[in-house]
Design a protein around this ligand. Structure first.
Ligand code: NAI
Length: 332
């Protein structure tokens, strides 16, 4: 039997945590044979709520869950872990500006980076979900110098899933036939969802490619599709009064599953990763979302996509925002 993986979810008493923990317990993240020890980390004020979540996980009687640990300090939460899902963050409150959020959450991710450095396994795989996710991932990694920078990533898979679903609806194909939409840059309204290299497969209708091209006309892509992917998070808040939770948890499972297990041949996914050495002219030292392929816990940026002028401009807008966030968060 494979050894159980220790998986920490921070913000475990929050909304995403509530969906995510059950998906992990059901095998959505690591497959149907991999046992897990769940570390539930949240603030001391949430101690009771955490115990309630643990009670419900117990009541799921999940064969894959070997143990559940509730923690209210990073030491216990991160001790010996293999995977860190950094969901916990302060939401933006009324009257708070983006830079206030950067400061408050920057402090959380600094503390958690330091704690990961001290207590987690050196091979730990880290995913920042709490916003601003890209810059938070960067801050955590800068504060964990003994853990390889490639082990830190940020979630943009939800954006990719949203984009692929919208394309599938528009052209009327099953969603699994739409692949390789790329999310470039920041998980924010400046992200660039790029369909230039996307594929739509196995559609039986003759002449489909031409049809798809006319359906996905330039005007629709630029004026409807791109802004609606960029602002989908806000649309969900407006409709539900809460930010997306189950769809975010689902994307977290996709991200970690593909990273640890591997992407299928020909499949490209988007992940916020360190930009050092990229071939697309993006400044190094940023946690920027790129197209990647993964193999057993490693990722590699897919090189060689031809970038047209429109895409280039969009990629630079979101790069600029990440440079600004970085300078506000770490002062350079
Ligand atoms: P929530 O407010 O329901 O839960 C957050 C939880 O984090 C709370 O239980 C809170 O006590 C906890 N927390 C706060 N500071 C903590 C700390 N220092 N250590 C441990 N726990 C801490 O929020 P929700 O809906 O679960 O969202 C969490 C974050 O995920 C938000 O920042 C949200 O903006 C972000 N998000 C990111 C997405 C992405 O695609 N990257 C998509 C959706 C949400």
């Amino acid at each position: 039997e494979k050894e159980a993986l220790r998986v920490c979810v921070t913000g475990a008493a929050g909304s995403i945590g509530y969906s995510l923990l059950f998906m992990i317990a059901q095998g959505r993240m690591f497959g149907p044979y991999q046992k897990v020890i769940l570390h539930l980390l949240d603030l001391p004020t949430m101690k009771k709520a955490l115990e309630g979540v643990k009670m419900e996980l117990d009541d799921g009687a999940f064969p894959l869950v070997k143990d559940i640990i509730c923690a209210t300090c990073p030491e216990a939460g991160f001790k010996n872990i293999d995977v860190a899902l950094l969901v916990g963050a302060k939401p933006r409150g009324p009257g708070m500006e983006r830079k206030d959020l950067l400061r408050d959450n920057g402090n959380i991710f600094k503390e958690q980076g330091e704690a990961l450095d001290k207590y987690a396994k050196k091979t730990v795989k880290v995913l920042a979900v709490g916003n601003p996710a890209n810059t938070n991932a960067l801050i955590a990694s800068l504060n964990a110098p003994s853990i390889p920078r490639e082990n830190f990533t940020a979630l943009t898979r939800l954006d990719q899933n949203r984009a692929e679903a919208q394309i599938a609806h528009k052209v009327g194909v099953p969603v699994e036939n739409v692949n390789n939409v790329i999310i470039w840059g920041n998980h924010s309204a400046t992200q660039y969802p790029d369909v230039t290299h996307a594929t739509i497969t196995d559609y039986p209708a003759e002449g489909f490619v031409e049809n798809a091209k006319s359906t996905l006309c330039d005007k629709w892509l630029k004026e409807t599709f791109i802004p609606s992917v960029q602002k989908r998070g806000a649309a969900i808040i407006a409709a539900r009064k809460f930010s997306s939770a189950a769809s975010a948890a689902n994307a977290v499972c996709d991200h970690i599953h593909d990273w640890l297990v591997g992407t299928k041949p020909g499949k490209v996914v988007s992940m916020g990763v360190i930009s050092d050495g990229n071939s697309y002219g993006i400044r190094s030292g940023l946690m920027y979302s790129f197209p990647v392929t993964c193999h057993k816990g490693t990722w590699k940026i897919v090189d060689g996509y031809k970038i047209d002028d429109y895409s280039k401009e969009k990629m630079q807008i979101t790069e600029k925002e990440l440079i600004e966030e970085k300078s506000q968060a770490v002062g350079k």
